[in-house]
Design a protein around this ligand. Sequence first.
Ligand code: C5P
Length: 235
Amino acid sequence: MSRTVRRPAPVVTVDGPSGVGKGTLARLLAQRLGFHLLDSGALYRLVGFCARRAGVAFDDPAALAGIARELDVEFVAGDSDPPLRARVAGTDVSDDIRTEAAGRDASLVAAVPAVREALLARQRDFRVPPGLVADGRDMGTVVFPDAEVKLFLTASAEERAHRRYKQLIAKGIDATLTRLSAEIAERDRRDSERAVAPLRPAEDAVVVDTSSLSIDDVLARALQVAAARGVCPRP
Ligand code: C5P
């Protein structure tokens, strides 16, 4: 009797610090490859958002992990930005979790090991055929260590603050470059120095410095790497 060994669906991971363009690249790659999309940062943002709304203390790991485990979230494809709208218990909270304050709360809850553990299986459940593009901080190191393609994007802190500033102003949101730079530096520090799943490239990741590249250049590079690893036909 022959047994077929089924290979898991292919995964492309896109990791890197805040404001480096991971979300945009992941969305375009998912479109080009016809893959599903996982925005893992949204899960941490949702845990922070629900914790604050429920009045849970940010120094209570058990309560935060409980929120992560019971998160009643549904991602719905939309044609606006972000491409996947997040609904908690039926209410669209996508805009609430995109603020700078929500990003800060996310990085606080993300440093809690029990929260990361509680979100692990939920993230792996996104790996279904025909494949997945997963964006975050530890996609290539912890969540999908066997991913076929691992990309790690970098850019100088000044460049990232500048991009974020332009994004916010374009959305009509008030921002100052000095404050954004300070917030990005603080989030980078917390994400890189935490004991569990710190931000760092996987050993087998391809590191792409996007400081002086357009999004089209970054996408072309990513597709080249994916083709070399057999995930898509050569461009
Ligand atoms: O990517 P995004 O800015 O939405 O992530 C918000 C925060 O969530 C990050 O600053 C980081 O602290 C945390 N995060 C994480 N691991 C991931 C994705 C996000 O720790 N895989």
